[in-house]
Design a protein around this ligand. Structure first.
Ligand code: BGC
Length: 749
């Protein structure tokens, strides 16, 4: 870090000495401007920069801004109001430092995209990046220049409501897609007026909240932290992510907002991050509730000393740190470094040159190109989990469809969690889309049966059954209302709520083909639903354009290609269940005797001593990476470039992928490895690469991956990061549970 700063200072001198015109804000120029400003600032003004507020009273806010007591605001989405407050900051405060205006733009601003977990099912960084770009263009037109996304907490617990906001259970997939979001938000340059600074959150291990209960403690040891939870954050730093947010949890007793080890030792010193760190909402003062700080002053001291630059909303910094500095509890250098990080960001964002929203800018919300991108994102994120006897797509012989279920026409609910700004009037539901797009081809009888997903009344089910009897097929739209997932919305029971199960059973009993479409914020337990349905589609909360995309999938215009970004449990009690688990000393056998098969008075060891549940076995309902298509794919001819590799080599993996089915389709091919023996135990599989491959019916393509041996590194027994020589197995295939395999060895040459 120090070397980096010295280098920048030297570069600044060189640039000036050689009379290079320094028009733009190069790193060196910015560092010089930051230092110039810093010497002008009083301690109070510095603390003002470190204070972020979510205003209700704009006159009061204006006063505070005028006095230099605010560095950033969140949740103001009226561009005129943004400009008014910004004008006070720039023209009426002593130093004229602009504010950064922030908002949670998590999966779209006005045009709502599938929830992040849904986007992750696309395994497509390109569509994820485009989605974030659309969000940035729309949000910045209202003056929002900083978003609190991407959320890159590796999430392995269906009970945790915030799994909806995550990119799933896998560190590699999360890293690739997190970087894509950062690129989309930040664009080519942070100072472009359509760019929105990204925020990697929540740092760190929040996804492991004990029991899946939000805000709960975590117990992640350093090795697992480094192997599983930190990699997406490291990738975010490498991608130039402008800011980081601390998490609410305490890990092994230390709240993240005061965790010097992750905030300073890892983030700043190891990774050389020179962006800005913000706390989560009141997470500074919440350290009192944690029982980690005596009062707000103590909390402010611990947070700032640990490396939190900006205090979101708790006002613990602005109210206390002047005294702390005077008392010597917080060194002035700590304050200066925090302010440097904040000012550097403001210069990088070009806020000093262009602080205002351009009110003459064209309204870009819901423009056709944005809606089209959102629709593509849905098309690629819907997962076909079951399709018996080619139930889907609905063919020409289906003339009448009974549409049932509480999610068929729920414009608000299908937007999902974290949609402050999306408007239901712009949302197209599946019912509306089916009627509009396919109304001339199929007759639709609509009987929702339930008013909302938690509705326990079974009074309407008879009407739905009656509709089913009059139809050639039934499409049941079930799932979760938006409020059932997201922050603070954890569930202990992750099955369908209300009378949805009864509804499905009743319409299935008519014998009509039953297509169940689930829209939800988490990987629900769908064991019963899979049993009674002929076809099962999982659409997450698909957002504004859910309807048209789902209608096209149902009727066969679009072939589904999504794959599960997270394991779907068979029973909630299996959670946490994820593919990258350890083997244990007694791994389950493929056929274990389950509870109903065990003889009465069976002997203690008669069912073996293996690692599984007597009532749920050892496998999930759907493994990570799983998803069907209307066509079929065959894998063959797996070859590795060698059977032995040195540490600096690349492994070239080739195989053939054939589309052996009736139509064009896209397969997400996946590459996994297992390190068979390590100085510490290793996961049974780790995703190392993936790609979407589109093939016409009957087409075969040679697919190849280049896997550098260095990508096999992990944190070994002595806590050093590296590849350990030895034997490995590699798989290529359609999901984490099946595929072709080959062995290879890594040697030290
Ligand atoms: C959430 C963050 C969010 C922040 C600001 C907090 O409650 O944990 O993810 O960015 O609020 O709205």
């Amino acid at each position: 870090m120090r070397i980096h700063r010295l280098f920048i200072a030297a570069a600044a001198i060189l640039a000036i000495a050689s009379c290079t015109p320094v028009g733009g804000n190069t790193d060196a120029v910015i560092e010089r401007k930051v230092e110039q400003l810093l010497v002008e600032m009083t301690l109070e003004e510095k603390l003002g920069q470190m204070n972020q507020l979510s205003p209700w009273d704009y006159d009061d806010l204006a006063e505070k801004v005028r006095r230099g007591e605010v560095g950033s605001i969140l949740n103001c989405t009226d561009p005129e109001q943004v400009n008014r407050i910004q004008r006070v900051a720039v023209e009426e405060s002593r130093l004229g430092i602009p504010l950064i205006v922030a908002r949670d733009v998590i999966h779209g601003y006005k045009t709502i995209f599938p929830i992040p977990l849904g986007q992750a099912a696309s395994f497509n960084p390109e569509i994820v990046e485009k989605g974030a770009r659309v969000a940035a263009v729309e949000a910045s037109s209202d003056g929002i220049r900083w978003t609190f996304a991407p959320m890159i907490d590796v999430s392995r617990d269906a009970r945790w409501g915030r799994i909806a906001e995550s990119l799933g259970e896998d560190p590699y997939l999360t890293s690739v897609l997190g970087v894509a979001m950062i690129r989309g938000f930040q664009g080519d340059s942070l100072d472009d007026s359509t760019s929105v600074a990204a925020c990697a959150k929540h740092f760190v291990a929040y996804g492991a909240s004990e029991g899946g209960r939000d805000y709960n403690s975590t117990y992640i040891p350093e090795r697992q932290l480094r192997d599983v939870y930190l990699p997406p954050f490291k990738a975010a730093v490498d991608a130039g992510c402008a800011t980081f947010m601390t998490s609410f949890n305490d890990n092994d007793g230390v709240p993240s907002t005061a965790n010097r080890f992750v905030l300073r030792d890892i983030l700043r010193d190891e990774w050389d991050f020179d962006g800005m760190v913000v706390s989560d909402w009141t997470s500074v003062s919440e350290m009192i509730n944690h029982g980690f700080c005596a009062d707000a002053k103590d909390a402010a001291e611990k947070a700032v000393n640990a490396g939190v630059d900006m205090d979101m909303v708790s006002e613990a910094y602005i109210r206390n740190l002047a005294l702390s500095v005077e008392e010597g509890k917080v060194p002035m250098k700590v304050i200066d470094d925090a302010v440097r990080n904040i000012l550097r960001l403001k210069f990088r964002m070009g806020l000093f040159d262009n602080p205002y929203v351009d009110m003459s800018r064209e309204d870009m919300t819901y423009v056709p190109a944005h809606l089209e991108t959102a629709r593509k994102a849905v098309e690629q994120s819907v997962i076909l989990l079951k399709n018996d006897a080619g139930t889907l797509p609905l063919g020409d012989r289906i003339r009448t469809i009974a549409v049932v279920g509480p999610m068929a026409d729920a414009p608000y609910e299908q937007m999902g969690t974290w949609t402050f700004d999306g408007e239901r009037e712009h949302t197209v539901t599946p019912l509306a889309a089916l009627r509009e797009m396919y109304g001339d081809r199929v007759r639709i009888i609509y009987e929702p049966a339930l008013a909302y997903t938690r509705d326990k009344s079974q009074a309407g089910i008879a009407r739905a059954v009656n509709a089913a009897r009059r139809a050639d097929a039934v499409i049941a739209f079930v799932g979760e209302e938006a409020i059932l997932s997201g922050e603070a919305h954890s569930l202990a029971n992750v099955e369908l709520q209300g009378a949805q199960k009864q509804l499905l059973r009743a319409v299935a009993a008519t014998g009509r083909p039953l297509v169940t479409v689930v829209m939800a914020g988490r990987p629900l337990v769908l064991t019963d639903e899979a049993d009674v349905s002929d076809a099962l589609l999982f659409a997450f909360h698909p957002g504004t354009m859910g309807g048209p995309a789902i209608a096209d999938i149902l009727l066969g215009k679009v072939n589904p290609s999504g794959k599960t970004p997270v394991t779907f449990p068979r029973m909630a009690g299996q959670v946490p269940v994820y593919y990258g688990q350890k083997s244990t000393g007694r791994p389950a056998l493929s056929e274990e005797m389950l509870v109903d098969e065990i003889p009465v008075e069976a002997g203690q060891t008669s069912i073996g001593c293996r690692s599984f549940y007597l009532d749920a076995g050892s496998t999930p309902l759907y493994p990570f990476g799983y998803g069907l298509s209307y066509t079929t794919f065959e894998y063959s001819g797996l070859m590795l470039s060698s059977d032995t590799y040195g540490m600096d080599d690349d492994i070239t993996v080739t195989f053939n992928l054939s589309n052996s089915g009736p139509c064009e389709g896209t397969e997400i091919v996946q590459l996994y490895v297992r390190d068979l023996v390590g100085s510490v135990t290793r996961p049974v599989k780790e995703l190392k690469a993936f790609r979407r491959v589109t093939l016409g019916s009957g087409e075969t393509q040679a697919v190849s991956f280049n896997l550098p041996v260095r990508d096999l590194a992990f944190w070994g027994m002595d806590m050093t990061y590296g590849v350990e020589p030895g034997a490995f197995t590699l798989w290529v295939g359609p999901d984490s549970a099946t595929g072709l395999s080959a062995d290879f060895t890594v040697v030290k040459r």
